[in-house]
Design a protein. Structure first.
Length: 484
């Protein structure tokens, strides 16, 4: 039996198990009951534009996500738009990250610790959220896992020039997906210092890190001119620090169980900086400009799973002498208990209610309520994403506030006419369909155009139909009196 197990391990690499496990978690309920929320709608509608139109848009907005949009454009061109195509890159990325984590844990602590770390990654609630998200954050996590594996490889004395070139290239690609991923570099520098890496290794790492940073620096500088896009992020508050504090406490416990020592490359030396440094770095940046969103440092969860794996590896070593028969079952049992305990979270993350809204459900309401020749307005203008994702549902409707389309203006929501022109156009209509946010998720209206739209509808029209579904609201108004 032992011989058969040994042969099986040689034929089937350990990392394949977490890869397939995470892939299964990602494919489970990937359509989220055929729902797409506002962030994913941005990816969807930009990916459907031509490469030239995307390039034009990046000069105005969202330059920070340019590489991701071009990637999704290629996928939509090859396979067509759909929820599976939208989210599958994230599923594959997290599965690849789980495989890398398994290899890292195996090399530094042991096979069972690596297996536990790889299996745990896809179960973390934060990771489960972005596992099925049509945005670039899972891809950044995969790149961070690959670069960390390359760093561990060179620190273990197996590195060559090709490893350093690959390291710099992967870090550069991650930075083009989201330049805040450069917070990975101080985490890796901390690992180098902890492990007391040789001077030559530190020098080569510095060259690779500097080259990657220099390569993305033009994008960083240019994207700063579009900083208004993140002006909605609230300033840092104490309650926002609760999550990072809990994560760091868990990471600290894992570090104690791993019994770290300075000068030794251990899971703690790799995992704790990977968990802590990006979180602390983002907090520091947020003191200058509000930027604190957990998705920007999603890759720090790699460090947490490495420390979880180390803790389970320690438990296996402690239990081994006393309960040798229980050792093979410890990791499967713990993972099984975690699956059961997190099942409500897992189900919640795969439901439309897990997101603020659903663009596609609003499109269904529009299709059911519209009449040919109706006008349509959006409050705020960003809710035009419903039309951009599902243009067929709006066939026959006239967008009377729009002065310049999103593709022509190089924006996500288009350019609307001046308030007085919008008011005049609305007063010429008999029926107007309003697409807006449901009251529970609506924000205070401050834009003058939106104030005018609301005033005209309230004073000169009456509601004849109203549907609210999954965070979106579609209301049909009919003219009730002629304005003198």
């Amino acid at each position: 039996m032992t011989c058969r197990i040994s042969v099986l391990r040689r034929c089937l690499p350990m990392w394949l198990i977490p890869l397939l496990w995470t892939l299964a978690l990602g494919l489970w309920g990937i359509s989220r009951q055929h729902s797409v929320w506002r962030d994913e709608a941005a990816t969807w509608q930009v990916a459907r534009r031509s490469a030239g139109e995307i390039w034009h848009m990046l000069g105005q907005v969202d330059a920070v996500h340019g590489l991701y949009y071009l990637l999704m454009h290629v996928l939509f061109e090859c396979f067509g738009p759909g929820t599976t195509v939208l989210r599958l890159p994230s599923v594959l990325a997290v599965a690849a990250a789980a495989a890398c984590v398994t290899v890292i844990g195996h090399r530094l602590t042991g096979a069972r610790a690596g297996l536990a770390a790889g299996l745990a990654l896809g179960l973390l609630p934060t990771v489960q959220f972005y596992l099925q998200e049509g945005r670039p954050y899972a891809l950044v996590m995969a790149g961070s896992a690959i670069s960390t594996l390359l760093l561990v490889t060179v620190l273990q004395g197996n590195g060559r020039a090709v490893h350093w070139a690959a390291y710099g290239g992967v870090v550069l690609v991650c930075a083009f997906l989201n330049w805040l991923s450069l917070l990975l570099l101080p985490a890796h520098w901390t690992t180098l210092m902890w492990a007391k890496a040789e001077r030559g290794v530190c020098a080569r790492w510095s060259v690779a890190a500097a080259a990657a940073t220099a390569g993305v620096l033009p994008l960083i500088l240019f994207s700063r001119t579009q900083s208004e896009q993140v002006s909605w992020i609230p300033p840092l508050t104490w309650h926002m620090l609760i999550g990072p504090a809990v994560l760091l406490a868990i990471g600290g416990l894992g570090t104690l169980l791993d019994r770290p020592r300075a000068g030794r490359l251990s899971v703690a030396a790799v995992g704790l900086p990977l968990l802590a440094v990006p979180q602390l770095g983002l907090i520091g940046l947020s003191l200058i400009q509000p930027l604190f969103l957990d998705r920007y440092v999603l890759f720090s969860m790699l460090g947490l799973t490495l420390l979880i794996g180390a803790a389970l590896g320690t438990a296996v070593r402690v239990a081994g002498p006393r309960f040798p028969r229980a050792v093979p079952w410890l990791v499967p049992v713990v993972i099984g208990v975690a699956v059961v305990a997190l099942l409500p979270q897992s189900l919640a993350k795969r439901s439309p209610a897990s997101r603020v809204d659903d663009v596609l459900s609003a499109a269904v309401s529009v299709r059911q309520l519209k009449k040919s020749g109706d006008a349509v307005v959006f409050i705020p203008a960003a809710r035009r994403d419903t039309e951009l994702v599902s243009p067929d549902a709006f066939a026959g409707l006239r967008d009377i506030a729009l002065a310049q389309s999103p593709t022509t203006s190089g924006t996500l929501k288009g350019e609307e006419a001046v308030p007085e022109r919008i008011r005049t156009a609305m007063l010429e209509q008999q029926r107007i369909m309003l697409v807006t946010d449901a009251p529970e998720v609506a924000r205070h209206i401050s834009a003058k155009r939106d104030i005018v739209k609301n005033a005209v509808l309230r004073e000169d029209f009456r509601v004849v139909a109203d549907e609210q579904v999954r965070g979106r609201r579609v209301t049909v108004y009919e003219r009730r009196r002629q304005r003198p």
